[in-house]
Design a protein around this ligand. Structure first.
Ligand code: DAH
Length: 344
């Protein structure tokens, strides 16, 4: 019997288990009711009286060893990182994973910040608009070819009467009218928002995009004021080295009208593929609010004058972050969006 116990002692000493099930199997094998040690106990009464003491001690030793070994193995498993570390109740929580701002939102906020510092407040208007606010109040004549400049999505066609058309706004200039119809000058607003045009989607055109409109109407507002604000905006947005230039242009709602270029911020004005070697890139349209627009919207053009400007947020974002495929902005590919994690 002593030999049997010695053998079991050696076995127990060498036990290993690589998972909880194996360990449980060992416990059953040695320590359960029908386990090897209990079986030994059953034989105990056959042990001669003079050996009982020695054998008893040995069996006890074996029992303790087996228990110790199984406990030790168990502890080993519990200390292993099993991905479930909810045992330390004093541990602080995992930081919540924050998403990233969309690049267009980052740039929109930056534009708003710059204009807010100049005293502009934010105005809003509907994306589903009537013809009046998008076109007629902005001095587009009914048969004016300028209406063709912007391919319009129709929600409801007014048939023969364009005044009854319900459309998706093609530009944020409609908000100029929305504000002027209920506010007398001084008016100093910017309106960021989504606009829609019936365009085939490609890397450089989309059926929806974003604009920011700015409108300033007061007494004695001049082109000089506009130019000053444009220069300040360009330098705040693209850096103090940035130069601007204005080229005469045409919009039905401004007279005179201009398009503004900035010195190419990619090559610094030396000429590169991005600016097609010219050193300049166009970023916005602007001009003095046409007196007709003031009158159409209930503002006395003999007393007040104003300037307006409008820019595409995608365009500004492309210039700042070199995103050269417009479609990326609306595809929600998190690999793209995550690139802007550090940008605020
Ligand atoms: N609405 C014009 C467009 O969508 C942009 C624009 C040009 C807005 C000149 C203005 C402006 O306010 O003065 O192309």
């Amino acid at each position: 019997m002593i030999a049997k116990i010695e053998q079991l002692l050696q076995e127990v000493e060498a036990l290993t288990a690589s998972n909880a099930e194996e360990l449980e199997a060992l416990r059953i094998k040695y320590l359960s009711k029908k386990g090897a040690i209990n079986e030994l106990m059953a034989d105990f009464r056959n042990v001669p009286a003079e050996q009982k003491k020695e054998v008893g001690m040995k069996v006890n030793e074996l029992k303790n060893k087996a228990q110790e070994k199984i406990n030790a193995l168990k502890e080993q498993f519990e200390n292993q990182d099993n991905g479930c570390d909810d045992l330390d109740l004093t541990r602080s929580a995992y930081p919540a994973k924050l998403g990233t701002r969309h690049p267009l939102t980052i740039v929109k906020n930056e534009i708003i910040d710059i204009f807010a510092r100049l005293g502009f407040s934010i105005a809003d208007g509907p994306e589903v608009e009537d013809d009046w606010h998008v076109f007629s109040s902005m001095n587009f004549a009914e048969d004016h070819p300028a209406r063709d400049m912007q391919d319009t999505f129709f929600i409801e066609s007014g048939e023969t009467n364009v005044a009854n058309n319900i459309i998706l706004r093609t530009h944020t200039s409609s908000v100029q009218s929305r504000v002027m119809e209920h506010t007398q000058p001084p008016i100093r607003i910017i309106c960021p928002g989504r606009v829609y045009r019936n365009e085939a989607i490609s890397y450089r055109a989309h059926a929806f995009f974003h604009q920011v409109e700015a409108l300033y109407v007061d007494k004695n507002v001049s082109f000089t004021d506009l130019k000053q604000v444009l220069l300040l905006f360009a330098q705040e947005m693209f850096g103090p080295e940035t130069k601007i230039r204005l080229r005469p242009s045409y919009f039905p709602f401004t007279e005179p009208s201009a398009e503004m270029d900035i010195s190419c911020n990619i090559c610094g004005g030396k000429g590169c593929p991005f600016c097609k070697g010219t050193g300049w890139v166009e970023i916005l349209g602007c001009g003095m609010v046409d007196p007709n627009v003031l009158e159409l919207n209930g503002i006395d053009s003999k007393v007040y004058s104003g300037y307006a400007l409008g820019m595409g947020i995608e365009r500004i974002t492309n210039l700042k972050y070199r995103v050269n495929d417009l479609r990326l902005f609306s595809e929600n590919d998190t690999r793209f969006l995550k690139e802007f994690e550090a940008a605020h």
